[in-house]
Design a protein. Structure first.
Length: 268
């Protein structure tokens, strides 16, 4: 088999994309999609002249259109390819969610078809000139990850961010993600620990949700020699605003979560 002809196209499409970042998680439900959306918002807010886009490659559970508040929009095709949907002046999104006839439609595809979709997203979307492209992947290390990592590597991937919760079982799976990244030669930018503490909305007291594993993610990062990027609290208001597709960076700017996000994106 000769080289994949899509690779040349992908390189061309991503030539003006400075940072290409994969967002991974070992388990589902740890908040990977939420964290991807929040990082994109924080990056876009940081500087107005910074262009950010998200590729929702979570083929079987695309949730970015809802979290980024553009679920009713549609992608358009022009002479230069598909145009991502605009979330804000300097933030855009491409997701398979836009191509489904109803948000409840299930995508039941086998590996090759999923790979084909990711290849198409990377080679046929008019990404334009971007500072950051964040790629939200499904949980685990399956076909989609391999194809996303392989294609992005060819186009010069910056690295991967791994999202986890503090539980032991989630941390075990993070080790697998780290191993995956090392096998496919994708640099690990670091681990974000999500839902590590709970801030009571009534009395603002902070509680550890999984006290037995407090500090576990930081310790694991040390052992595995990867950067620990920070932790985000579990915040019921954040969950509600995200469900409504609202922008938490402008709506709760002094919250712990937004402060933590700003700290994380400063170093990206
Ligand atoms: P994943 O992509 O890992 O499957 P999601 O991002 O879909 O997980 O998050 C699962 C649920 O947890 C969503 O309802 C989301 O709003 C909620 N969630 C994620 N992170 C937080 C957080 N820090 N505080 C409150 N709720 C959160």
């Amino acid at each position: 088999k000769g080289p994949d002809p899509a690779i040349g196209l992908i390189k061309e499409r991503l030539i003006d994309v400075k940072h290409k970042i994969l967002v991974l998680s070992g388990k589902g439900g740890v908040g990977k999609s939420t964290v991807t959306a929040l990082l994109s918002r924080a990056l876009a807010h940081g500087k107005n002249d910074r262009n950010v886009a998200v590729l929702d490659a979570d083929i079987c559970g695309p949730s970015q259109p809802k979290v980024l508040g553009v679920a009713d929009e549609q992608v358009h095709q022009s002479g230069s390819g598909w145009s991502p949907v605009s979330v804000d002046d300097n933030l855009s999104l491409m997701s398979i969610g836009f191509l489904l006839s109803s948000p409840d439609d299930a995508v039941i595809w086998r590996g090759p078809k999923k790979n084909g979709m990711i290849r198409q997203f990377l080679s046929e979307v008019d990404w334009g000139s971007l500072d950051y492209l964040l790629v939200d992947t499904p949980p685990g290390t399956s076909d989609e990850h391999l194809s996303a990592a392989t294609y992005l590597s060819q186009a010069g991937v910056t690295g991967a961010i791994i999202v986890t919760t503090p539980q032991e079982v989630a941390l075990l799976d993070v080790r697998k993600e780290i191993d995956f990244c090392r096998k496919v030669n994708v640099r690990i930018l670091g681990v974000i620990e999500n839902m590590s503490i709970f801030v009571c909305p009534c009395c603002e007291r902070m509680s550890e949700i999984f006290p037995a594993t407090t500090g576990g993610a930081r310790q694991m990062c040390k052992e595995m020699d990867v950067p620990y990027l920070g932790n985000l609290p579990l915040d019921p208001k954040l969950a509600r605003l995200c469900d409504e597709g609202r922008d938490i960076i402008t709506e709760m700017p002094s919250s712990l979560v937004v402060q933590a996000l700003n700290g994380i994106v400063k170093d990206l």
